[in-house]
Design a protein. Structure first.
Length: 263
């Protein structure tokens, strides 16, 4: 009778270390109902935002909370929005133990954040509301490149440049939505919703040769048209960038002149 050695038995697989891109959900409340409502709002802003992405729960903001966290409910909720919760970090000993009981692996704490530089003067500053769910890209991955759209986007249409920048050469109508993990460039009137840095890229920007958007958002910080744009940027070449937790909307000093397609 032939014998199988231990060396032969191990040839069917190898064990190697690996790094995977994950989405970190920074939990800022222990209230599962509030988390559910805010997550639903975030997903409504960008349908298709999640695509079975692995998720890490960051508990640092609620580490000292006395209320217990219902990890089973949170895991089920995240799965219902096409994510795969796999790990947890930053919690107290009791929180980490409860998370492990819910099937989540323990991950190392995030490195301390770098000190922020003093904010530079800006022409337009907007104070925005921060929702209870902050989504950031934990490990940057190379994207497929820039997506270019050369046709007008009508109300109800949506374009998402996953992993890269989005360039639109025609009008983005009211009710249309453009989303990118990187920057958004609209060389025409921007009248719909523009969501840049959709997966947490705080360096992303939004550019338009005619800035009159329904909504602009960078890395989850957003501004709507409930407050009118200042005269120096409304309907003019402008850019939107993020400074700390504030959106800065400012004129483009040397805008590119092209003939946008209106229809």
């Amino acid at each position: 009778m032939a014998l199988t050695t231990s060396a032969q038995a191990r040839t069917s697989f190898d064990l190697k270390s690996a790094s995977l891109p994950v989405v970190a959900v920074v939990l800022k409340t222990t209230d599962a109902a509030l988390f559910a409502a805010d997550l639903a709002d975030r997903v409504a802003d960008a349908p298709g935002f999640f695509d079975n992405d692995p998720v890490l729960l960051d508990l640092a903001p609620v580490r000292d909370a006395e209320e217990p966290i219902d990890f089973a409910a949170i895991v089920a909720l995240l799965r219902s929005h096409s994510t795969l919760p796999v790990a947890v970090r930053g919690g107290s000993a009791a929180q980490m133990e409860a998370a492990r009981a819910a099937g989540l692996a323990a991950a190392p704490d995030a490195p301390p954040a770098r000190a922020e530089a003093p904010p530079a003067p800006a022409e337009v500053r907007e104070v925005v509301r921060e929702v209870e769910v902050e989504v950031v890209r934990e490990v940057p991955v190379a994207g497929p490149g820039t997506m270019v759209i050369d046709k007008p986007l009508r109300s109800g249409q949506q374009v998402y440049a996953r992993g890269g920048d989005l360039v639109v050469m025609a009008v983005v109508s009211f009710g249309a939505e453009v989303i990118a993990d990187g920057n958004i460039h609209v060389y025409a009137p921007l009248r719909g919703r523009a969501i840049a840095g959709a997966r947490g890229n705080t360096e992303a920007r939004i550019f338009s040769t005619c800035m009159e958007p329904q909504l602009v958002s960078i890395a989850g910080i957003y501004r709507t048209t409930e407050t009118a744009l200042p005269e120096e940027v409304a309907g003019k070449p402008a850019q939107v960038r993020l400074e700390g937790e504030k959106l800065i909307i400012e004129p483009l000093r040397n805008p590119v002149r092209i003939n946008p397609r209106e229809n």
